[in-house]
Design a protein around this ligand. Structure first.
Ligand code: NAD
Length: 501
C-alpha cells in the first residue's frame, strides 16, 4: 500500500487563531443579518477550529441588497459613466486584490481547505481577469448598418442588462466571482452576489476592497447565508434582471426553472465528468503529470476535473505506471503549509460521500490501483485514488464524484475513444493527448465540451470563453463573449426620409 506524503496540520499556527467576523456588504455598508444570527465555519483542514462567522441572511436581507442594486442601476452613476471611467475603477480594484493576495489566500486555505500555494495562484489569476475586463469595459460596442436602403440607417445598441444576481459555489469562491463580477459591472450592470455559506469570506473582502478602490455604493452587494434563504430569491425577484448560477446540477435545475417562470436571462455553470483522452503516440511523461494534476488538484473538487482517463490499450499500462508515480508524490495535508500541494475536502459529509463512491466502485467490480482511503487523523483528507477496470455504466464512471478519484478506461480505435468521451450527460471540459495535431484536432471537433485542451490540462486565459455543453450549463463566461451574458441588445431603425419632410 502506498504511503502518501502527508503533513500533519499545525493546530497552533497563529493564522488559525484569528477568527474572522464578517458582515454582508449592502449599499456600501458592512451589516449584520436583520435577525442577528450567524453561521460559523470550521476549517476542514484543522478539526475543531472555527475560523469565521458570517451573517445568516434571510429573504428580508436579500431584498435590501436587491433594492440597493436596483437604485444603483436605475439612478446611480455606474451605468451612466463612460466605459473608460468604469475600467479605471476596475483596474484599481485589481490592484487592491493584488495587494491583498496573502490575506485572501489565507482566508480560502482556512475556509475551503485548499493548499495556500494553490489559493495564491488562483487569486493572482483572478487579478488578471479583473484587468482584462477593465480593458474591455471601454471597448464594448454595438453595430451600425448602412445598407438598409437610401432612407434608413440601423443601429444595434449594447446596453447593460440591469441588476445581476450571482450565486457561487464553495470550491473557488474568489476566482469564480472574478469570472463574473468584472464582466457584469464592466458592462454597466450592478450586482448582488451570494457566495457559498461555507466559504463567504474572500467574496466579502473582495467587495470591501472594491469599495476602497472607488466602486460606488450599491454596485456590488454581498449577501450571505443558506441557498434557500438568500439565493433562490435572486431567481425569483422581479427586480433582478439576470441570474447566474454556478454549482450543482440539482440546484442549477431549480434556478433554471425559476428563471423560466420569471422570464429572466439565466446563466448556469454546472458539473462535469471531464475526459482525458490519450492516443498511442502521446508524450506519456508530459501527459502523466497533467493527468494527475487534472484530477487531483484541489482534491478533485473542480468542475473541470479530468476524472475519466481514456487511454489507448497499447500504452495504458505504461501511462498508468507514470500517473501512479506522479500521484504518489503529491503532498497532502495542512492547507496553511507552503509545501502542501493538496489540502482538505470541503467538509466531513462530502468526504463521506467520496468514500461511499469508492466503496460503490469496488462493489461494482472496479479495481483500486492506488488510494481508496482517508488520510491523517480527523481532518477531511482523502488519498489520491485511481480505479482501473471501470465499465462505462458503473456509477463511478457516470457520476461527478467531486473528489480525488480517477476512473480509467481503455480504447482500441479513435471512434471508441470519442464515443467514450461523450458518454456522460456532462460536457464541461475535455482534453486530448497526441503528438499528431491532426489526430488531436479531429478528436476535439467531435467531443462535446465547452472548454478543451490539446496536450495540456487546466490552463485558463481571460480571453478564452468557458461554459458547458449538454447538461453542464447554459451561457459563456470570460473573453469578449462573456459580456453578452450581462448585456441587452437594442435595435434602432432611423428613417432619414422623415427628416427631409
Ligand atoms: P451547490 O449547488 O450545493 O451550491 C452552489 C451555491 O448555490 C451555493 O452558494 C449554495 O448556497 C447555493 N444554493 C443551494 N441551494 C440553493 C437554492 N435552493 N437556491 C439558490 N441557491 C442555492 O454546489 P456546491 O456544492 O457549492 O458546488 C459543487 C458543485 O458545483 C459541483 O457539482 C461542481 O461541479 C459545481 N461547480 C461548477 C462550476 C462551473 O464553473 N461549472 C464551478 C464550480 C463548481
Amino acid at each position: 500500500m502506498t504511503a502518501f506524503p502527508f503533513i500533519v496540520p499545525r493546530l497552533n499556527d497563529p493564522r488559525l487563531t484569528q477568527r474572522r467576523q464578517y458582515g454582508m456588504v449592502i449599499d456600501g455598508k458592512s451589516v449584520s443579518a436583520l435577525s442577528g444570527e450567524t453561521i460559523s465555519r470550521e476549517s476542514p483542514g484543522h478539526p475543531g477550529h472555527i475560523v469565521s462567522l458570517i451573517p445568516k441572511g434571510s429573504r428580508a436581507d436579500a431584498e435590501l441588497a436587491i433594492a440597493a442594486a436596483r437604485r444603483a442601476f436605475d439612478n446611480g452613476l455606474w451605468p451612466r459613466m463612460t466605459g473608460s471611467e468604469r475600467g479605471r475603477i476596475m483596474n484599481r480594484i485589481a490592484d487592491q486584490i493584488e495587494a491583498h493576495i496573502e490575506e485572501l489566500a489565507t482566508i480560502e486555505a482556512l475556509e475551503v481547505g485548499k493548499a495556500i500555494s494553490q489559493a495564491r495562484g488562483e487569486i493572482g489569476f483572478a487579478v488578471s481577469l479583473w484587468r482584462y475586463a477593465a480593458g474591455h469595459a471601454q471597448g464594448l460596442e454595438g453595430e451600425a448598418h448602412n445598407d438598409l436602403g437610401s432612407n434608413t440607417l440601423g443601429f444595434i445598441l449594447r446596453e447593460p442588462a440591469g441588476v445581476v444576481g450571482l450565486i457561487t459555489p464553495w470550491n473557488f469562491p474568489l476566482l469564480i466571482g472574478s469570472e463574473r463580477i468584472p464582466w457584469a459591472i464592466g458592462a454597466g450592470c450592478t450586482v448582488v452576489i451570494k457566495p457559498s455559506e461555507f466559504t463567504s469570506g474572500s467574496t466579502i473582502r473582495m467587495a470591501e476592497l472594491a469599495l476602497q478602490a472607488g466602486l460606488p455604493e450599491g454596485v456590488l452587494n454581498v449577501i450571505t447565508g443558506y441557498g434557500a434563504d438568500v439565493g433562490q430569491i435572486l431567481a425569483e425577484h422581479p427586480d433582478v434582471d439576470v441570474v447566474n448560477f454556478t454549482g450543482s446540477q440539482r440546484v442549477g435545475r431549480l434556478i433554471g426553472a425559476l428563471a423560466g417562470q420569471n422570464i429572466k436571462k439565466v446563466g448556469l455553470e454546472l458539473g462535469g465528468k471531464g475526459p482525458q483522452v490519450v492516443f498511442a503516440d502521446a508524450n506519456l511523461d508530459a501527459a502523466a503529470a497533467k493527468i494527475s494534476g487534472g484530477v487531483f488538484h484541489c482534491s478533485g473538487q473542480v468542475c473541470i476535473s479530468g476524472s475519466r482517463l481514456i487511454v489507448h490499450e497499447s500504452v495504458a499500462d505504461a501511462l498508468l505506471e507514470k500517473v501512479q508515480a506522479v500521484a504518489e508524490r503529491i503532498v497532502t495535508g495542512d492547507p496553511l503549509d507552503d509545501r502542501v500541494n493538496v489540502g482538505a475536502l470541503i467538509h466531513q459529509a462530502h468526504l463521506d460521500k467520496v468514500a461511499e463512491y469508492v466503496e460503490q466502485g469496488k462493489t461494482d467490480g472496479a479495481r483500486i490501483l492506488i488510494g481508496g482511503s482517508r488520510l491523517g487523523n480527523g481532518g477531511a483528507f482523502y488519498a489520491p485514488t485511481i480505479f482501473t477496470e471501470v465499465a462505462p455504466r458503473m456509477t463511478i464512471a457516470q457520476d461527478e464524484i467531486f473528489g480525488p478519484v480517477l476512473t480509467t478506461f481503455r480504447f482500441k480505435t479513435a471512434e471508441d475513444a470519442i464515443r467514450m468521451a461523450n458518454d456522460t450527460p456532462y460536457g464541461l471540459s475535455a482534453c486530448v493527448w497526441s503528438t499528431n495535431l491532426s489526430t488531436a484536432f479531429q478528436a476535439i471537433r467531435l467531443i462535446k465540451a465547452g472548454r478543451t485542451w490539446i496536450n495540456g490540462m487546466g490552463d485558463g486565459a481571460p480571453q478564452l470563453a468557458i461554459g458547458g455543453y449538454k447538461q453542464s450549463g447554459v451561457g459563456r463566461e470570460l473573453g469578449k463573449h462573456g459580456f453578452d451574458e450581462y448585456s441587452e441588445l437594442k435595435s434602432v431603425h432611423v428613417s432619414l426620409s422623415a427628416l427631409a419632410e
